[in-house]
Design a protein around this ligand. Structure first.
Ligand SMILES: NC(=O)C1=CN([C@@H]2O[C@H](COP(=O)(O)OP(=O)(O)OC[C@H]3O[C@@H](n4cnc5c(N)ncnc54)[C@H](OP(=O)(O)O)[C@@H]3O)[C@@H](O)[C@H]2O)C=CC1
Ligand SMILES: O=C1CO[C@H](CO)[C@@H](O)[C@@H]1O
Length: 276
């Protein structure tokens, strides 16, 4: 049996270290894909208002037949909804689409420092947390100065920062800051949005372990303590990625993968990302 380890967040809430991401899963497919993931054993699902599939994710969850208490559901506040009142309204809409009473984790999707609304947005998340509508609150794509501001001006330290993180972008400085402040590191595009699976450094290791390249990368993340949320719409990949928790890499191989870092982003830079 495959058991996924939990990570304890700074408020005591536990999140599975391996979850399932649904960006770029069409709304028409997402219910079935989520159901397959849950049947495979995933208990954590990562969606966002911006992915346009919250309704289908809710459907997949309901159809899985797994108790709500056994699942960990994350969604994110989209950029155009930043601000105190608009955040509260956007949260209600997300919950209606997901058809859930309570969310497990709600994240600010991007800081948008040029609009300077992330502190008031955070205060709305704090209210949702205090009211018990969400079990944990956090952020995504925040850099150290953005986190510092929340810690200075807000009342609650974020539980999680979900950031782009993979072997080409290892984020050593931000991960060290997280560790110092008890903020969990969650890796988005953990496989580099699939673009790292034919990297010779990875495929060579995969051959030596008799594992897939994705399993090698996911095992590297897990060993470093990152929470990971790989996405796939392919049933066989959904299953084999889940089995990554059973792959143990030698510490020298962990270092070899970390040395692939080139500070290369496949996604946007949080300092300049301003899409609303
Ligand atoms: N907070 C944020 O700003 C962001 C958050 N995210 C979150 O992170 C999640 C994961 O990131 P994402 O960008 O989707 O990329 P991933 O790094 O998870 O890679 C997904 C891609 O890899 C392919 N793939 C997955 N497993 C395998 C495998 N075993 N063998 C071969 N190919 C494979 C998938 O193909 P296929 O589906 O065709 O099988 C897909 O093309 C997202 O779904 C989302 O939840 C992502 C981006 C930004
Ligand atoms: O999570 C993500 C994927 O989709 C969004 C909108 O398309 C991105 O901006 C974001 O990083």
């Amino acid at each position: 049996m495959t058991t996924v380890p939990d990570v304890s967040l700074n408020n005591g809430v536990r999140i599975p270290q391996l979850g399932f991401g649904v960006w770029q899963v069409d709304a028409g497919d997402a219910a079935g894909v989520v159901r397959t993931a849950i049947e495979t054993g995933y208990r954590s699902i990562d969606t966002a208002a911006a992915y346009g599939n919250e309704e289908a994710v809710g459907e997949g969850i309901a159809a899985s037949g797994v108790d709500r208490d056994e699942l960990f559901v994350t969604s994110k506040l989209w950029n155009s909804d930043q601000g105190y009142d608009s955040t509260l309204r956007a949260f209600d809409a997300t919950m209606e689409r997901l058809r859930l009473e309570r969310l497990d984790l709600y994240l600010i999707h991007w800081p948008l420092p040029m609009y300077d609304r992330y502190v008031s947005t955070w205060k709305a998340l704090e209210r949702l947390y205090v009211e018990g509508r969400v079990r944990a609150i956090g952020v995504s794509n925040f850099h150290i100065p953005h986190l510092r501001r929340l810690m200075d001006e807000g009342g609650i330290v974020p539980t999680v920062n979900q950031i782009e993180l993979h072997p080409r972008l290892t984020q050593a400085e931000l991960r060290a800051f997280h560790a110092e402040h008890s903020i969990a590191t969650e890796a988005w595009s953990p496989l580099g949005n699939g673009k790292l699976l034919d990297d010779p450094g990875i495929t060579k290791l995969a051959e030596s372990y008799g594992a897939t390249p994705a399993q090698v990368i996911l095992s590297w993340h897990l060993k470093l303590g990152n929470i990971v949320i790989p996405k796939s719409v392919t049933p066989e990949r959904i299953r084999s990625n889940f089995e990554a928790v059973n792959l143990e890499l030698a510490s020298g191989d962990i270092d070899t993968i970390s040395a692939l870092n080139q500070n290369q982003r496949f996604g946007s830079d949080p300092d300049t990302m301003d899409v609303t």
